[in-house]
Design a protein around this ligand. Structure first.
Ligand code: GDP
Length: 486
């Protein structure tokens, strides 16, 4: 395969500096050990402590996961509704809904919470989550098996009586706001953690230490979030020492978790590698441009201009000569750039491609422009649509430079997996005006937590600006009230 792979492929570390282990069957998941050959950016080095935590967590998943006696016992406990005071194993189910980027960030968040609280992570297989990835943990499954007793868990919402927030509000259990009930007799076997964007103040007590002390004693949790809640976990005092040891570089949390957990299955890996080898491998540099189009947004000449002005001002792509201007000597043809556009629409790609065909680049570089698909509308849950979405997120993550439209979990996953700080296209308040500057280099590659808690657990009052108190948490460039790790 030499020649079609990235120039640094010879130096690849197939185990990503110890993030993965060697014991998986290679045939069942080609991407796990091949991905390093396709990555120009080898990425950050995980800490020895993170690696040891992952190995211990893998053992937990194996010991307590589906098919074990511990799992059967825990299911019986859940069916009985009675709390076991000292259960052998505890669980968190990550509910899978919304777009693929959201689902990946939700599962990553639930995983980090699972590691911090010694829970087994089980991923709800809805919306094709069982047909996109390889198993991340050896000799067990991370997929929630059929027959889960809470049969309607996928439809849980803000009003669900078993939600932690509602149980607190209805004084079924104690919490930060109410004096915590020292007696554990009243604690249920199951709680639903509602962290969707309509979460209430009580739901957000999840991010408070007192509440974590209660939640720790509940054997089964099911979590619904469409966001990357990890910056919120950094606000829980009880988790801070562990997080510091696991992630001495706080801007690389999703980078490590994402690379550890999300390996395209063989079908999706075929989509990724065939496309990469055919259209991107030969270029000297790959530039990814993610153009997220929501709903029926019309094609926007202003956004197109913003993309060209951002990429040219920042020297990510060359400027072009006027039609008829004398072109540079053929010697410069040796330099080439491949542009990967991902979008639901093909218009932006068509325009960029035409521009670099009809006009010569001032540098003489050959610029090729490619777009794998244009699905027109979001169709979450449709199999081939999901496969393409995952393949395109992954392809974006293999580019050397990334430009994103911001506020998109699709782009966040790509930048984190790639280990790339993206250039974010600023949103204009007036869609007929191109913002100036058109884009900025993001403060970190971490995803933005779109709906952080607004309650200060320690002071028991509405929070002031958390970003002012915590040096490694800042507001997001693409969403002023969002928070991200830097
Ligand atoms: P977000 O809504 O931008 O935060 O990203 P999500 O991934 O959560 O949801 C958007 C969904 O729309 C994706 O998962 C895809 O199903 C679809 N989608 C959006 N943009 C693209 C794209 O560029 N390519 C493909 N194939 N699908 C896309």
């Amino acid at each position: 395969r030499q020649g079609s792979l990235h120039p640094t492929a010879a130096h690849h570390d197939r185990l990503h500096n110890g993030l993965f282990i060697d014991s998986f069957d290679e045939e069942s998941c080609h991407s796990r050990y091949q991905s390093a050959m396709y990555r120009g950016n080898p990425g950050r080095r995980p800490s020895a402590y993170l690696i040891s935590k992952l190995r211990r967590h893998e053992a937990l998943q194996r010991r307590c996961g589906p098919g074990t006696a511990a799992y059967s016992n825990a299911l019986e406990q859940l069916k009985s509704g009675k709390r076991n005071a000292s259960p052998e194993c505890a669980y968190i189910v990550s509910i899978s809904y919304s777009g693929l980027g959201n689902r990946i960030l939700a599962a990553a968040s639930a995983f980090l919470y699972a590691v911090l609280t010694h829970r087994v992570l089980l991923v709800d297989p809805s919306n094709e989550m069982d047909d996109l990835f390889c198993e991340p943990f050896p000799d067990t499954t991370w997929l929630l098996p059929r027959g889960f007793p809470m049969t309607n868990y996928t439809s849980f919402g803000v009003d669900t009586a078993e939600s932690y927030g509602n149980m607190v509000r209805n004084k079924v259990i104690g919490s930060s706001g109410v004096a915590a009930d020292a007696s554990t007799a009243r604690l249920p076997a199951f709680a639903y953690v509602h962290l969707h964007n309509d979460a209430t103040v009580e739901d957000n007590y999840f991010f408070c230490d007192d509440d974590q002390r209660l939640l720790r004693r509940i054997q089964w949790l099911a979590m619904r979030t469409d966001s990357y809640i990890v910056p919120g976990l950094f606000l829980v005092q009880a988790f801070q020492d562990e997080l510091d040891l696991m992630f001495p570089e706080r801007d690389a949390v999703f980078h490590h978790i994402g690379r550890y957990l999300f390996h395209p299955n063989n079908h999706v890996w075929g989509l990724v590698t065939r496309y990469y080898d055919a259209y991107l491998a030969a270029a000297q540099q790959r530039v990814g441009i993610q153009v997220r189009v929501f709903g029926v947004q019309p094609n926007s000449p202003e956004l197109l201009e913003q993309i060209t002005s951002c990429t040219q001002k920042q020297k990510l792509l060359p400027e072009v000569l006027a039609t008829g201007a004398p072109t540079t000597s053929p010697a410069s043809r040796a330099r080439s750039k491949a542009v990967l556009v991902t979008s639901l629409k093909s218009w932006y790609y068509e325009k960029l491609k035409s521009m670099y065909w009809e006009h010569a680049a001032v540098t003489g570089e050959a610029v090729s422009v490619h777009q794998p698909s244009h699905e027109e509308y979001q169709r979450s849950g449709a199999r081939s649509h999901e496969h393409k979405a995952w393949a395109e997120i992954y392809l974006l993550s293999l580019t050397d430079v990334l430009v994103t439209t911001g506020m998109s979990t699709f782009g966040y996953v790509a930048q984190g997996l790639g280990g790339v700080r993206p250039w974010v296209l600023y949103k204009s308040t007036n869609s007929s005006v191109v913002p100036d500057p058109p884009c900025g280099w993001d403060v970190s590659m971490e995803p933005c937590f779109h709906k952080p808690p607004s309650y200060d657990c320690r002071l028991k009052q509405w929070a002031a600006d958390i970003s002012k108190d915590v040096p490694y948490i800042q507001h997001c460039d693409d969403l002023s009230w969002g928070l991200k790790l830097v």
